[in-house]
Design a protein around this ligand. Structure first.
Ligand SMILES: [Zn+2]
Length: 239
C-alpha cells in the first residue's frame, strides 16, 4: 500500500484559516501521517514557517516562488528565501517551476533558475511545478540535476516520453486528483519504481471527484482526501 503522506499541499493557505485544526484532525482520522506544505510567494512564507508538526501529523516545509508569482518580487526576495532556508535546515525549495497554463510571468525563467541554484548551493530537495511546461522545465533543471539531492515533479500529468525523461534525471513523480479520472495516467505510472512514486492532494486546490470539501459548500480540498488518490492507485500493489 502506498504510504498516506501528502507530498504536496498548501496547508498554510489562508483559505483554510479557521478550519485548519479540523482539517488536520480529519487527515489523521483518515490515516494520513503528514504533508509537505509548499509556499508559493514571499507573502505566504510566514504562514509556512508558523506551521508545526504534532504528535500524529508531520508537517514538512517548503519555501519558494511559484511561477505564477515570479513578477513583482522585491529586489531582496532571494535573500529572504535563503534566510528562511537557513532557519529551517529540513525545508525544501518549492513550489517552483514553469507554467504553461497561464500567460507566463516575464521573470519566470530567471526566478526558477535562481531558486534551482539556491537549492543546489544549500543541497535542498526541490518541489517542482511544470504544468504544461515539463519540457522547458526539464531544460532548466538539467544543469542542476547532479547537485540537487532530490526533485519531486508535482501533479504529474504529462506524456509517457516526458515521464521517462524526468525519471532519467532521477526525479520522483507525485500524482494527485488527476489519477482518479485517468486510466491513461494510471497505466503510465506502472513505469515508475514504487519508491519514486508519491501521492498528493494539492489542498486546498484540486478537490477530487467524491472528495469531502474542507468547508461545506466550497470546492476547497483537504489532505484527508488523499485516500481517494491512494485508492485509485491500488492496483499498483499487485505489480
Ligand atoms: Zn501546489
Amino acid at each position: 500500500m502506498i504510504p498516506l503522506f501528502d507530498s504536496h499541499c498548501h496547508l498554510h493557505d489562508s483559505r483554510l484559516d479557521g478550519v485548519r485544526d479540523d482539517v488536520v484532525r480529519r487527515a489523521v482520522e483518515a490515516g494520513v501521517t503528514g504533508c509537505v506544505t509548499c509556499g508559493t510567494h514571499p507573502g505566504d512564507w510566514d504562514a509556512v514557517a508558523a506551521l508545526a508538526s504534532t504528535d500524529d501529523f508531520v508537517v514538512r516545509k517548503a519555501f519558494g516562488v511559484h511561477p505564477w508569482f515570479a513578477d513583482g518580487l522585491s529586489l531582496s526576495w532571494d535573500d529572504d528565501l535563503l534566510s528562511r532556508l537557513e532557519r529551517f535546515p529540513d525545508a525544501a525549495v518549492g513550489e517552483i517551476g514553469l507554467d504553461g497554463i497561464r500567460p507566463p510571468a516575464s521573470n519566470a525563467v530567471p526566478v526558477v533558475r535562481r531558486q534551482l541554484s539556491i537549492a543546489a548551493e544549500l543541497g535542498r530537495p526541490v518541489m517542482l511545478h511544470g504544468a504544461k511546461a515539463l519540457d522547458a522545465l526539464l531544460s532548466e533543471f538539467r544543469p542542476f540535476a547532479g547537485r540537487i539531492p532530490s526533485c519531486v515533479v508535482h501533479a504529474f500529468s504529462g506524456s509517457r516520453e516526458q515521464l521517462r525523461a524526468w525519471l532519467a534525471v532521477g526525479a520522483t513523480i507525485s500524482v494527485g486528483a488527476a489519477v482518479c479520472g485517468s486510466a491513461r495516467l494510471r497505466d503510465m505510472l506502472k513505469e515508475v519504481p514504487p519508491e519514486r512514486l508519491l501521492i498528493e492532494t494539492d489542498s486546498p486546490d484540486m478537490l477530487p471527484r467524491g472528495g469531502i470539501p474542507a468547508i461545506e459548500g466550497t470546492r476547497l480540498n483537504q489532505p484527508s482526501n488523499l485516500t481517494l488518490v491512494a485508492k485509485a492507485l491500488e492496483p499498483h500493489d499487485s505489480w
